[in-house]
Design a protein around this ligand. Sequence first.
Ligand SMILES: N[C@@H](CCC(=O)N[C@@H](CS)C(=O)NCC(=O)O)C(=O)O
Length: 228
Amino acid sequence: MITLYDLVLDGDRRPSPFCWRAKLALRHKGLDWRDEPVGFTEKHKIAFADSQLVPVIHDGTKVVKDSWAIAKHLEQAYPDKPLFPGAAGASYAHFVVGWVDTAVHPALFPLLVSDLYERVRPVDKPYFQESRAKRLGTTDFAAIQGIARETGVATFRSALEPARRVLREQAFLSGEQPAYPDYALVGAFLWARSTTPFELLEPSDPVHGWRERMLDLFDGLGRKAKAA
Ligand SMILES: N[C@@H](CCC(=O)N[C@@H](CS)C(=O)NCC(=O)O)C(=O)O
């Protein structure tokens, strides 16, 4: 049985976009796993993997850290139901991962940082405050989020334009069926969903309809997860 180490917030909320990629990839492959929640200050749980970050999976004798390495491991170890369908599938997935990590996540983080902080487990709050203040240059997360919601929503929506162009023409980033590029992007929305009630998308946005389809996948795995 595979074990997945997944970041946990107060009330068993699961925010990590990278862990969501791993969970959706596992379900895509039809694989089951044992869930091991990891709080921000429970790094001892993943010390065996020599990692400070989740996701980490333990699959038989193999320990794999980093969501992209996990996707590649699953594709190689369980070749049925490809995560990267088609000749250039792995390259396309890698490109989407890079785009989400460098353009979508940075545009999203300030929009939810204060709501996220509110949902961090009390025991983890000092760690979160200090580590994220280093990134943001302030501990005033409410101010950052307030400014972002006034000026940053358009920036976030415009970062999604490459996906919107594809989703105007097809149901999923990967075509008629979802695959890893879809999981890479929806992780961002599952992160948001678990941390804030703030609505990021207009109902008329093709990305909105795609997000609904993604939430329904695998018996509503994303939709059933605890929301903000
Ligand atoms: N490149 C890594 C990034 C993993 C990552 O940043 N994980 C975050 C959760 S979203 C984490 O473990 N944070 C713990 C911390 O900040 O201490 C991947 O794709 O798996």
